[in-house]
Design a protein around this ligand. Structure first.
Ligand SMILES: [Zn+2]
Length: 280
């Protein structure tokens, strides 16, 4: 799907935010955004799904699972459902109560799901408002915790947004039982951390699986231990890992934020390239 479609969805998210009256991070409220778009929210009565959006008469209604404990995850669930409406996806008419038991988004295409996620990410953590939080000299979870403090997002979403918008060479890695479940890298990170990859024995995340003790300090190691055969990583380049446990039910793994300071931030590299390219 062309970036143009995602650009339009992000613009719709910003419009919805303005309609809800939000003028800064602390005023972002999923319920107010729903109200601004004429969407009703109902809690509970949902099994096997986090949310379901249906039409009753001419009005959309989102039913939200009441088992969701983290505020950030609840907000994301509501914003994701609003995203389906904002993106013009098909919304079924409200039917028999037993139909709530069906998994909410199981019938939707991956593209529809991706679009609803793009909407919810931009509406809860708009790039223009999050970017200043990513402008740090040292990459660690402090910036992620600050985003969680100021925006209605979970630690996982805050970390993903941080690496998406950061110019530094950093990545977020979620691991369980000593192997990578998923990872996202910033645009200047040398390579994607492979799924199912065994995490290094010297990492905080690996230590947790052996000892059930999480080291909350930033730990330095060799980048080579994560990327043994990557040509863009020098043998002596350091990597910094800062990790936290994810307490969400159904998760229970470790989130590691990785940073390779030796690789210059993207903006600096672009400036340096321009300098070389420009005639004297
Ligand atoms: Zn969905």
């Amino acid at each position: 799907m062309a970036e143009g479609r995602y650009g339009w969805i992000r613009a719709e998210a910003r419009k919805a935010l303005t309609l809800s009256g939000a003028t800064g991070p602390h005023e972002i409220d999923a319920i107010r955004i729903a109200k601004a778009l004429d969407v009703d929210i109902v809690d509970g009565g949902l099994v096997g799904a986090t949310e379901r959006i249906t039409m009753i008469g001419g009005r959309a209604r989102i039913r939200v699972c009441d088992q969701i404990v983290l505020k950030g995850r609840r907000c994301f669930t509501i914003a994701h459902a609003i995203g389906h409406k904002a993106c013009g996806h098909l919304i079924e008419a409200d039917g028999d109560v037993n139909r709530w038991i069906d998994a909410a988004c199981s019938g939707r295409t991956k593209q529809d799901e991706r679009e609803a996620d793009v909407f919810s990410t931009e509406v809860l953590a708009p790039a223009a408002w999050v970017r200043p939080y990513c402008d740090v000299r040292r990459v660690d979870l402090d910036a992620v915790h600050t985003i969680v403090r100021d925006f209605p997002v979970s630690p996982v979403m805050a970390a993903m947004r941080f690496v998406e918008l950061s110019t530094q060479a950093c990545a977020v890695v979620y691991s369980e039982q000593g192997s990578v479940r998923w990872a996202r890298g910033s645009r200047s990170f040398p390579r994607l951390v492979a799924r199912e990859m065994c995490i290094p024995a010297t990492s905080i995340a690996r230590e947790w699986f052996g000892t059930s003790v999480i080291d909350t300090h930033v730990r330095a190691g060799l980048a080579r231990s994560w990327f043994p055969d990557c040509a863009r990583v020098e043998d002596r380049a350091e990597i910094f890992e800062h990790a936290m446990l994810i307490p969400e039910p159904g998760w229970g793994g470790v989130l590691s934020l990785l940073w390779i300071p030796q690789i210059a931030p993207r903006a600096e590299r672009i400036r340096a390239a321009k300098k070389i390219a420009s005639p004297i």
